[in-house]
Ligand binder design. Structure first.
Ligand code: PLP
Length: 373
């Protein structure tokens, strides 16, 4: 392994395949023998327009995006979508409300931003239980402009596996599980995702929006905050995030080579099962998310005795395992198992957990022997 020596379980920006990074690195110097760096090519050149077209096509192929949806590349991260969604869909919806399912930290942030543009209805929340599950027993006000969901809660480690139809536009933040499993795009009206968790490097945001939803935006908006601008200009109204789109294209090509989303989903299930099984068997660690809602992308766990928290993090780090510290507000551990993380990294983590546990047992046995003597 020349490019990488670490097992990267970081939550984002994510691990990318080595082959993708090597190709990206060589294109920074000389892009496909053009004598130019990918960093200095005109975004209006035919060559780069082809990159955009190819990336859009790969998104369409890999997710089976129907013809009546636009595939757009924006900037500003998923966080900008927290306000763009209500700005485009709520602000001029009359007296309608933005309906939100409160499943965690990022859902909360989306709710906060929506309040700038209209009234918000929180249809259900798992806050009182530390967001360790996905509420599914809720109904919508008849005057909801849309329902907003977060399909995978990156910090809390929960994931939605079933999407119900409420007869209103369904908007979903899929930042941390897009391309990790098969979805039916037609179940949704707007999907958005920051690229840096499964699609590519930071800097680009993917938006998949139903064309009929665009026609419902009837009022003028600042150009950069208006979905119609991106649809009308093929995501090239201004300079797009050239490098991020390019590397995303490479990464999606890699995904296609792996057999596409259905093949990677099988791998992802295998990886998650292996780790959850180890956590459930452990005397030291326990999983924090509720059984049926456990995320396959971000596995959150804690230790029963807090003294092991730094102990295990240091032990893992010494063995080349990085990125397993839980989010600052949650603590404990989080292992992110994004598409490019190989199965052997998960096997290595599981072994490391078992070694650590064995070491503790031996220490305890030693101590009780001393006490006994
Ligand atoms: C990381 C993340 C975000 C924030 O993304 P940015 O691109 O950093 O703005 C939003 N939602 C979810 C689910 C995330 O995982």
């Amino acid at each position: 392994m020349s490019t990488q020596q670490k097992h990267n379980f970081g939550a984002g920006p994510c691990i990318l395949p080595i082959s993708v990074m090597e190709k990206a690195a060589s294109s920074v110097i000389n892009w496909d023998g053009s004598g130019l760096s990918i960093l200095e090519v005109s975004h209006r050149s035919a060559e780069f327009e082809e990159v955009v077209a190819k990336t859009q096509l790969l998104v369409r192929e890999l997710l089976s995006v129907p013809e009546d949806y636009e595939v757009l590349f924006l900037q500003g991260g998923a966080s900008t979508q927290f306000s763009m969604v209500p700005q485009n869909l709520l602000q001029a919806s009359g007296n309608k409300k933005g309906a939100y399912l409160d499943t965690g930290y990022f859902a909360q942030k989306a709710i906060e931003q929506a309040r700038h543009f209209g009234e918000v209805q929180i249809v259900a929340s798992s806050r009182e239980k530390g967001y360790n599950y996905i509420p599914d027993n809720y109904s919508l006000h008849h005057d909801a402009a849309y329902l907003h969901l977060t399909s995978n809660n990156t910090i809390e480690g929960t994931e939605i596996f079933e999407f119900r139809n409420f007869g209103v536009p369904l908007v979903c933040d899929m930042s941390s599980d897009i391309f990790s499993r098969e979805i039916k795009v037609s179940d949704f009206d707007l999907i958005y995702a920051g690229a840096q968790k499964n699609m590519g490097p930071a800097g680009m945001t993917l938006v998949i929006i139903k064309k009929t939803l665009l026609t419902k935006i009837k009022y003028p908006l600042p150009a950069m905050y208006d979905y119609r601008t991106y649809a009308a200009n093929n995501s090239m109204y201004n300079t797009p995030p050239v490098f991020s789109i390019y590397v995303s294209m490479l990464n999606l090509l890699w995904l296609k080579d792996q057999g596409g989303v259905s093949a990677i989903e099988k791998q992802n299930i295998k990886k998650a099962e292996l780790l959850y099984e180890a956590i459930d068997k452990s005397e030291i660690f326990y999983g924090t998310a509720d059984g049926g809602h456990r995320s396959r992308m971000n596995v959150t766990f804690q230790c029963r005795d807090k003294k092991h928290e730094n102990g295990f993090l240091n032990y893992a780090q010494e063995r080349g395992i990085v990125g397993t510290k839980g989010y600052r507000s949650v603590g404990g551990f989080r292992a992110s198992l994004y598409n490019a993380l190989p199965l052997f990294s998960v096997e290595f983590l599981v072994k490391t957990m078992a070694y650590y546990e064995k070491m503790q047992e031996m220490k305890n046995a030693n101590q009780s022997q001393k006490i006994g003597a």
